[in-house]
Design a protein around this ligand. Structure first.
Ligand SMILES: NC(=O)c1ccc[n+]([C@@H]2O[C@H](COP(=O)([O-])OP(=O)(O)OC[C@H]3O[C@@H](n4cnc5c(N)ncnc54)[C@H](O)[C@@H]3O)[C@@H](O)[C@H]2O)c1
Ligand SMILES: O=P(O)(O)OC[C@@H](O)[C@@H](O)[C@H](O)[C@H](O)CO
Length: 384
């Protein structure tokens, strides 16, 4: 069995590649970073080190890498003969990997089993988004080519920080992981991924994950950055930040209870476990990594505006989430393109149109005025 995985970065090597290997797949990583591809090809094994209570070292073997920029033909051949394709490249990059999948499907034997495609990104419906990109890239051949593949949405959860210089291709991760995959598209022929669980309806899983783990994580990062703190664990050690993050998560939990009928007591346990994961002293994670791409994070269906809009529509509190968005508006990291763009746009756009375009909220939406007021406050602070 063979899996082609796009994105040999932190989660690609530290989670998706590891579980595919443990499921018995030969793993072909595809990446555009030349040095990373070369380093993977120079290694015969790499170690995933689980840092924290109960963590063990796991060794991955039976992999290689293809440079998708320099060797598109080789990559198409790998996809043509693969059983599974996964991605962990970031939601904004999916459109760049779609043409390679199309080319692989074009070369696939008509007798081959359907290619099983799963995007492992932090986004609702990431695989649907990838499928749309594949359809666009396939043009007139879309129906014929997509008939040779199945597309399943997933929710992946494991904190994999940026790796220290000199670590090579080894990866340090937290011990915890969860991988939920919608089962319907596979029609019974499930991929072999030990530890993953297959579910009929992914919506409660991805929303619970994105609106708890990622909302809490990003809130910690933005409040931490505002306080001049570098590490996520240090940010959460600040009682004021911990209270602000908890308040935001109480709001998202209230939405999840209403939206999916999740049990409030189980959600309270889930929240506590997640905050413990953020506090893991053995995992060095930074507010820069977790706060990366703030414009993506304040967009309509993402970790703040998504649940806050649902809360406002139901007459539930969204003030703590709005406070987290206010902190996100202050995220100023010269190394992050979206952070630079965010600060630039806040300087040059009026509050009303920035709020509408950045958050995708209609001015009539019950959340709109609160977010616009946060934008105005940030703009006034910038101008002082
Ligand atoms: N790190 C985590 O804790 C974590 C956990 C769950 C989900 N995720 C999600 O996984 C995705 C990747 O996150 P990450 O932390 O591993 O980021 P990362 O930056 O470490 O890895 C992304 C990799 O994708 C590669 N890439 C970029 N463009 C590409 C292309 N066109 N083709 C092939 N490869 C390409 C990059 O070179 C990089 O190696 C994101 O969507 C993220 O939200 C991350
Ligand atoms: O990857 P992002 O930028 O969507 O979010 C940053 C972190 O919150 C994220 O990578 C978490 O570490 C991960 O989602 C945990 O499962």
């Amino acid at each position: 069995m063979k899996a082609v995985h796009f994105g040999a970065g932190n989660i690609g090597r530290g989670f998706v590649g590891l579980l595919l290997h443990e499921g018995g797949y030969e793993v072909v990583f595809s990446d555009v970073a030349d040095a990373l591809v070369d380093a993977i090809n120079a290694a015969s094994e790499y170690t995933v080190r689980e840092a924290g209570p109960g963590g063990v070292n796991r060794v991955v073997t039976g992999f290689r890498a293809v440079n998708s920029r320099l060797a598109p033909d080789g990559l198409a051949e790998e996809i043509a003969t693969a059983d599974v394709v996964t991605t962990a490249v970031g939601p904004t990059v999916l459109r760049f990997v779609a043409p390679a999948i199309v080319e692989g499907l074009r070369r696939r034997s008509p007798d081959a089993a359907p290619l099983q495609v799963m995007a492992c990104e932090n986004a609702i419906g990431a695989t649907d988004q990838l499928r749309d990109e594949v359809v666009t890239a396939a043009g007139a051949d879309a129906d014929a080519l997509t008939a040779g593949a199945v597309f399943a949405n997933t929710a992946v959860d494991r904190i994999v920080p940026a790796q220290p210089a000199g670590a090579g291709v080894d990866v340090t991760v937290e011990p915890y992981f969860e991988w939920a995959i919608e089962s319907g598209p596979f029609d019974g022929a499930l991929p072999s991924i030990p530890g993953a669980h297959f579910v009929d309806d992914l919506a409660p899983y991805i929303e619970r994950k994105l609106f708890t783990v990622n909302t809490g994580h990003a809130a910690t990062a933005y409040f931490g950055a505002r306080a001049g703190i570098e590490r996520i664990s240090d940010a959460l050690a600040d009682p004021k930040i911990a209270a602000q993050v908890s308040a935001a998560l109480e709001e998202t939990s209230a939405v999840l209870v209403e939206e999916h009928g999740l049990d409030p007591a189980e959600l309270a346990e889930y929240r506590a476990k997640i905050l413990d994961r953020f506090r893991n002293p053995e995992l060095v994670d930074t507010v820069q990594r977790v706060g990366r791409q703030p414009l993506r994070k304040i967009s309509r269906n993402e970790r703040f505006i998504g649940p806050a809009a649902m809360a406002a529509e139901r007459g539930l509190s969204s003030s703590a989430l709005t406070a987290a968005v206010a902190a996100a508006l202050e995220f100023d990291d010269p190394a992050d393109e979206q952070s630079v763009e965010l600060q630039e746009r806040l300087r040059n756009e009026d509050a009303e149109s920035f709020t509408a375009s950045a958050t995708g909220l209609d001015p009539e939406h019950p959340l709109f005025a609160a977010i616009r007021d946060a934008v105005i406050a940030r703009q006034e602070a910038i101008m002082v």
